[in-house]
Ligand binder design. Sequence first.
Ligand SMILES: Nc1ncnc2c1ncn2[C@@H]1O[C@H](COP(=O)(O)OP(=O)(O)OP(=O)(O)O)[C@@H](O)[C@H]1O
Length: 317
Amino acid sequence: MHNVTLIESESLEKRYGGGTLALADLTVSIEPGIVGLVGANGAGKSTLIKLALGLIAPTAGRIRVLGLDPLTEVERVRSQVGYMPEHDCLPPDMTAAEFVTHMGRMSGLPAATARERASETLRHVGLYEERYRAIGGYSTGMKQRVKLAQALVHDPELLLLDEPTNGLDPEGRQAMLGLVQRIGTEFGISVVVCSHLLGEIERICTSLVAIEGGRLLRSDSLSAMTQHKGVLAVEVDERVEEFVARLTAAGLDVREQGRELLVRFDDEKTYDVIRDAVVDLDLSLHRLEQRRHQVADLFRDSADRTAGSEVGDVQHA
Ligand SMILES: Nc1ncnc2c1ncn2[C@@H]1O[C@H](COP(=O)(O)OP(=O)(O)OP(=O)(O)O)[C@@H](O)[C@H]1O
């Protein structure tokens, strides 16, 4: 993989004709790897991808993809970036081989090379045997694979995938995620993959970028996100508010989740503070256990700190 920043934006804003502010003041730098772009439906993921491709123009700020300006360096962006759109855009009467060859030609490949690359790419996505059948007769899973193949045909440096597991059953989702992971690791192509399913996507990503309401919530590598020691799940049976106030006053980071309190665990002193509070308030402690820090918790933490925003709509697979 190359070391150039995949997508870089500065105070990026996109307001659509009807007045919807889809992205607001978004400054982010997405480094090479397999990057999950996560956020609830309507968060602005597709808008960011379309801006990166130059399909739409920002209303303020700037964006670069692989260091290129998508609005003025159109040809170079088209030859170096592959795009798999979210919705079905396939011609039902064409065969997969014809369509993928055509898309290769559109990205600048000579005819013979486009044909060869189309066969090769359809083999990679597991459609080699079926490549001379009309796409209209394909299952949803096969159509998703054709969309992936057309994005790969010109051997791009960067692949932008918009919800690639949409419409697939659990088995199909796993297969598609496996393919995406292989593209990133074996072919050395950087991938930015949009998803509203954080739990699903975090398994294959090297870093995550979370957006909510068009704003950046968090952007970090997976390893940095899971570096924290974890969280303690604590449960007491009464005077919960008093208990929370006491822990918070002692400097602990406490979040209520149903009957449980999730306390950020930094060092052994965290245990002491909890035990002292339990004794002083004469509470009975139902539970005190350490949990692995889940990526979803970290996003919720960020959301809590970002006034007025919630990442609660991001679903966990
Ligand atoms: N062409 C458009 N005209 C007007 N509003 C739009 C347009 N495209 C998107 N929007 C609005 O902009 C906001 C962001 O949409 P976007 O499609 O970028 O979100 P998303 O995170 O990709 O969600 P989804 O997965 O549902 O597409 C939404 O409120 C959406 O309704």
